[in-house]
Design a protein around this ligand. Structure first.
Ligand SMILES: Nc1ncnc2c1ncn2[C@@H]1O[C@H](COP(=O)(O)OP(=O)(O)O)[C@@H](O)[C@H]1O
Ligand SMILES: [Mg+2]
Length: 312
């Protein structure tokens, strides 16, 4: 449905994205995840046909986005980073206008607009001026204009940014309702957003893809590793060197004091036994030792901020 090959974009001397490769199948719900400045919006603007890349290719529903941007736009509903809000239009009037722009046949416009209003729960405000709506409602209008022509593909660029928690939850619910009806790309810098709505993730950092997989597989990337939190009776400034003698210990980090530590290790109970024996032998006094989970958050942080992320 969407194919991207060696896509690169420079803004003058600044490299925004570099050699991106990915493909998205019909019906996929994909999270395009990365910190601010990673290159998400740049990628979205290119695959929606709104901006040309410096090099590389992208196609949507079989159409090259540069050769056939008009065909591409027919297949895509796009909520840009800065939603196109026409403050002085009424909600319904605006959606009729967008439907006409997207070449919905005249006889079907009312039906399509009703449908978009229903799905985004805008019925009560359809006769109000967009400029008078709250930010959350304006964002729903943004989503309504994206879906009004019933496109196969929806591309939503940071749809919950700047909303309050209740509005965020409402928009996430709305996206969940749209699943199964469209192929969806959701760009965001917030991991829980992806976890709440998507099945696949593409992680982008400094303009490069650092991971792409199902949420399940990414969460399992650190399988076999586990983390221990320990609390000692005495300060143990040199715990680091004490435990570095155990091969399976990956990292030893101090918490709020030299009594609290976080240890990442590769292996099972035998490694935990070796760690506790070593601590006891040194006379630090083991007060507490508890396992904690390494989860997707850790994987994401490591890929984007950690040692593997690096500078582009
Ligand atoms: N119009 C522009 N001119 C120059 N640099 C830009 C422009 N738009 C984005 N950039 C830069 O390109 C990089 C990627 O930006 P962007 O695609 O907006 O990232 P994201 O959406 O992930 O926050 C950033 O370093 C940003 O500063
Ligand atoms: Mg952006």
């Amino acid at each position: 449905m969407i194919q991207v090959k060696n896509l690169t974009k420079h803004y003058g001397p600044r490299r925004a994205i570099h050699n991106l490769n990915f493909s998205i199948e019909k019906g996929d719900v994909v999270g395009f995840l990365g910190p601010n400045g990673a290159g998400k919006s740049t990628t979205m603007k290119i695959i929606t046909g709104f901006m040309a890349p410096s090099s590389g290719e992208a196609s949507v529903a079989g159409y090259d986005v540069f050769v056939n941007p008009i065909e591409v736009k027919k297949h895509i509903g796009y909520l840009p980073e800065t939603p196109p809000v026409y403050s002085d239009m009424y909600v319904r009037e605006y959606l009729q206008y967008v439907a006409a722009l997207k070449q919905v046949p005249k006889s079907k416009i009312e039906k399509y607009v009703d449908n978009a209003i229903d799905k985004t729960h805008l019925g009560d405000v359809q006769k109000r001026l967009i400029g008078h709506l709250s930010k959350g409602f304006k964002q729903r209008v943004g989503i309504a204009q994206a879906i009004v022509s019933d496109p196969e593909i929806l591309i939503l660029d940071e749809p919950t940014v700047g909303l309050d928690p209740k509005q965020v939850a409402e928009i996430r619910d709305l996206i969940k309702e749209l699943k199964g009806q469209h192929t969806i790309i959701l760009s965001t810098h917030i991991l829980p957003e992806v976890q709440a709505t998507c099945e696949k993730i593409i992680i982008i950092h400094h303009g490069e893809i650092v991971a792409q997989d199902s949420i399940h597989n990414l969460a399992m990337m650190d399988k076999g590793k586990s983390r221990l939190r320990i609390r000692l009776r005495k300060d143990a400034e040199n715990l680091h060197s004490v435990l570095s003698e155990i091969n399976q210990v990956i990292s030893v980090k101090a918490g709020t004091s030299a009594k609290d530590w976080e240890i990442d290790l590769q292996g099972g109970d035998e490694v935990v036994d070796a760690i506790s024996s070593s601590i006891v032998a040194k006379g630090y006094g083991l007060v507490e030792l508890s396992p904690s989970k390494i989860d997707l958050e850790d994987v994401f942080l490591k890929l984007t901020y950690g040692e593997q992320g690096g500078e582009a």
